[in-house]
Design a binder for this molecule. Structure first.
Ligand code: ADP
Length: 156
């Protein structure tokens, strides 16, 4: 049976940190679904369509990566797509504490779905979408922090 992982997030926008996690996870899975969560109470800077397009452009040479959006619980999305793993990245202790609770509660909800964590690569540890958004809002250059394949400034 194919080993499928779901990499859920807001990806507002995708960064080199996200790209690195997916690329490093590719040898572990037959397919990785990058799942863009639609959360009506969380206002995004970039429209869903744009966020999806940038992820597709980032992984255009990688047939094992699919991009989808979803609403509702990540574990239900996993069940609907026959994925047995949720993939997440860890940058620091704060990420760990937060992710630990989510992973444990997700496993309580659906026992078949487990979470796999990859530690950030040191050169990307400081990158967060939140800070990238702040830089964009203040007209700074974020090209160092986002995948080379995308042109964010064309959209802003
Ligand atoms: P969320 O809105 O769920 O926090 P994000 O889009 O911010 O989603 O991040 C999705 C996943 O990518 C999370 O597991 C997050 O920890 C991870 N991630 C974000 N930035 C980095 C980075 N620089 N290095 C490694 N993992 C990262």
């Amino acid at each position: 049976m194919a080993k499928i992982a779901v990499f859920p997030g807001s990806f507002d926008p995708i960064t080199k940190g996200h790209e690195d996690i997916v690329k490093r996870a590719l040898p572990l899975f037959d397919q990785i679904i990058v799942a863009v969560g639609v959360n009506s109470s969380k206002k995004s800077l970039f429209p869903l369509k744009t966020r999806i397009k940038w992820i597709q452009q980032t992984f255009s040479d990688e047939p094992k990566v699919k991009v989808e959006s979803y609403e509702g619980l990540t574990v239900h999305f996993c069940q609907n797509h026959h994925a047995e793993c949720i993939l997440r990245g860890l940058r620091n202790a704060a990420d760990f504490e937060f992710e630990k609770s989510i992973a444990q509660m997700n496993r309580d909800l659906v026992n078949q779905v487990d979470t796999v964590f990859l530690m950030t690569s040191p050169q990307f540890a400081a990158i967060s979408s939140t800070i990238v958004r702040d830089i964009i809002r203040n007209d700074g250059d974020v090209s160092k922090f986002i995948p080379n394949a995308i042109d964010i400034h064309g959209e802003v």
